[in-house]
Design a protein around this ligand. Structure first.
Ligand SMILES: [Zn+2]
Length: 79
């Protein structure tokens, strides 16, 4: 299982869907092989996701309130 730190988003714009995971469970759980963590505090927000499923989505950390997204380089490399 890979674990990747997401990229901090300072000002999410209206083209992005903002998702708020609960503290109790990750926002999404899929069939992928990668966990993604908050850009700020390192909490796992996404477990086993396929990153192509979640483009243009921003995740608000329930612990620290930071907005994170999957780094663009991840999309490019796996395309
Ligand atoms: Zn956080």
């Amino acid at each position: 299982m890979k674990k990747i730190k997401m990229e901090r988003v300072q000002n999410p714009d209206s083209t992005m869907s903002i998702v708020l995971p609960t503290a109790a469970r990750a926002a999404l759980r899929g069939q992928g092989d990668t966990d993604y963590t908050c850009a700020s505090c390192g909490k796992i927000l996404l477990r086993r996701v396929l990153d192509k499923e979640i483009r243009n989505m921003v995740f608000k950390c329930p612990l620290c309130g930071a907005h994170s997204r999957i780094p663009a380089s991840q999309h490019a490399r796996r395309r």
